[in-house]
Structures are given as C-alpha cells and as structure tokens.
Design a protein around this ligand. Structure first.
Ligand SMILES: Cc1cc2nc3c(=O)[nH]c(=O)nc-3n(C[C@H](O)[C@H](O)[C@H](O)COP(=O)(O)OP(=O)(O)OC[C@H]3O[C@@H](n4cnc5c(N)ncnc54)[C@H](O)[C@@H]3O)c2cc1C
Length: 256
C-alpha cells in the first residue's frame, strides 16, 4: 500500500470481476461486515486510500448472477438492457480491508455495510438487507473504481469529514497516509458503539459523533474543526470523499 499522497487512480479494467461470499458478521449495531473472496478477487489491485467499487448483487427473485461481459460504457449499456427480472442490483461500496492471503486460503476483502433503519425500525435498502441475509458461496460482481481521494501533492494536514457510510473510506485514507501526516477525522455514527479502531498516523485525531448528540454541544466539531498548526508553508489541506459531503452538509444545516 502506498504511503504517499494518492494521485486519483482509475483502473484500466472496466469489466466486473466475479467473486463469492465467504461470510457475514454484525460488527456493531449499525455495521454488517461481509467478506468476499474466491473467483477473481486475487486480481483486484491493492490501492489503499478510499478505494471503492461497484458491487453487483443478484436480484432476489433470480439468484443467478448475470454480469456485463463488455468493457466500459458498452458494459453499462448491457446492464441497462438486461431484463429487470434478472438485472443485477448495483451499489457503490468501499474496500474496508483487503488481505492478499486471508484465513480462507486466498485473497479476500471486507465490505462494511451500514444498516439504515426506517422510522419503524425496519431495515431499508437492497444492499443493506442483502448483507444480513447473504450466504457463503453466493456470487457477487465487483468493478474496481479506484481511488477518489485526491489531495494536492504537497498537502500534509488533512480534514476528513463524513457520516457512517464514509467510515470505511476515512479508515482507508488514514491507513494510507504518510506516518508524519497531521489532521482531524470527524465521523458521524448512529450509535457510540459503532466507533471502530483503525490504523492512522499519530498526528491524525479521530472524533466520533454519535448522531443523536451531533448538535448537543456548541460549537459543533463539524462547524469549527481545528487542524494542527501547519508545519510547512504550503496552504493546503486534503478533504474527504464524495459520499462524505452529504452528511456533513446535513449536520451543519441541522446545527445552524
Ligand atoms: C464512492 C462511495 C462509496 C461508498 N461506500 C460505502 C460503504 O463502504 N459502506 C456503506 O454502507 N455505504 C457506502 N456508500 C453509500 C452506499 O452506496 C449507499 O448508502 C447505498 O444507497 C446503499 O444501498 P442500499 O441498497 O442499502 O440502499 P438503497 O436501496 O440505495 O436506499 C434505500 C433507502 O435506504 C436509506 N438509505 C440508503 N443510504 C442511506 C444513507 N447514506 N443515509 C441514510 N439513509 C440511507 C434511504 O431511506 C433510502 O431511501 C458509498 C457511496 C459512495 C458514493
């Protein structure tokens, strides 16, 4: 895994690979971790940072997985023209961990699914629901989309802000930053016990914000984050990933 600021990376391969579910476990009240391996998963390049991918799931009514076998836009057109009844569901996810040699004997990745509940406490979302019901051996498709994190090459202080769906991305970025990086990661989580341990440089502080208390203190840590003093003279800071923008906006609106 690179320890340098990432150039935004887009993989050459534009067709999904096929893999299979190895296991699924609840890691905290709002996170279900699915481990995927086998198939072509060993071909997945380890890129670190917020490496994300499109996940293809078989439709509930037709458990056979029909992945596009053409490249790029042609593959996307193929997906859209697949009859609805057999068209895979596609969602965006982040690699939470990638082990070239996992305990199941080959390469494997972990995917952390946030479990969103509606007002009645019922689980919402096709992918979230799938993560809690999938069985070992079930086939999935994975289309690597590379890295979205794209700080200036000279950045050495980082402000990372996101909600629970950005936790895997922020953890990946923290684990890939150079050891002398400094900064603050602010992560909103539905429940205090959803906080996770992850590797990060000593100079990067993590602040967890359990959602119900996000506005309880003033000033909000999201509205007024303070970064460590700059060591270099370069006035730059890295920021978080796209899916992190919606929640931080939501939080600042709610607190204003
Ligand atoms: C680059 C990228 C990487 C991502 N990585 C991850 C990841 O690693 N883990 C992860 O859990 N998510 C991640 N997401 C977010 C994820 O793609 C969406 O939350 C997705 O819609 C979930 O699919 P679903 O089928 O469960 O829900 P959907 O069927 O898409 O949505 C159904 C309902 O679920 C609820 N819902 C869905 N998403 C949210 C949300 N974010 N906040 C509140 N309610 C919601 C809403 O009520 C929605 O109407 C990522 C998004 C992007 C863009």
């Amino acid at each position: 895994m690179s320890k340098h600021n990432s150039p935004q990376v887009k993989p050459e391969r534009t067709r999904p690979i096929e893999a299979e579910v190895l296991g699924s476990v609840r890691v905290s009240p709002s996170f279900q971790r699915v481990t995927v391996g086998g198939g072509e998963i060993a071909d997945l390049a380890v890129r670190g940072f917020d490496q994300w991918f499109r996940l293809f799931l078989p439709p509930a009514e037709a458990p056979e997985l029909r992945l596009p076998d053409r490249d790029g836009l042609s593959g996307y057109a193929q997906l859209l023209t697949t009859p609805k009844a057999v068209r895979p569901t596609m969602r965006n996810y982040t690699i939470r961990a990638l082990r070239p040699a996992g305990e199941h004997g080959g390469a494997e990745i972990d995917i952390d699914f946030v479990l969103h509940e509606n007002a009645d406490g019922r689980l919402e979302g096709v992918a979230a629901h799938w993560s809690t019901t999938c069985r070992p051996g079930e086939r999935v498709g994975i289309l690597d989309e590379g890295i979205g994190f794209d700080p200036a090459p000279t950045a050495d202080r980082f402000l990372l802000v996101g909600d629970e769906t950005a936790l895997p991305a922020i953890a990946g970025v923290c684990g890939s930053l150079p050891a002398d990086a400094q900064g603050v990661a602010i992560i909103e989580i539905p429940d205090a016990s959803d906080a996770q341990d992850f590797a990060r440089p000593d100079g990067v502080e993590v602040r967890w914000i359990p959602a119900p208390t996000a506005c309880a203190t003033a000033p909000s840590p999201i509205a007024r984050p303070s970064l460590p003093p700059r060591r270099s003279t370069t006035p730059r800071a890295g920021t978080a990933t796209p899916q992190a923008r919606r929640p931080s906006r939501r939080a600042s609106v709610a607190c204003s």
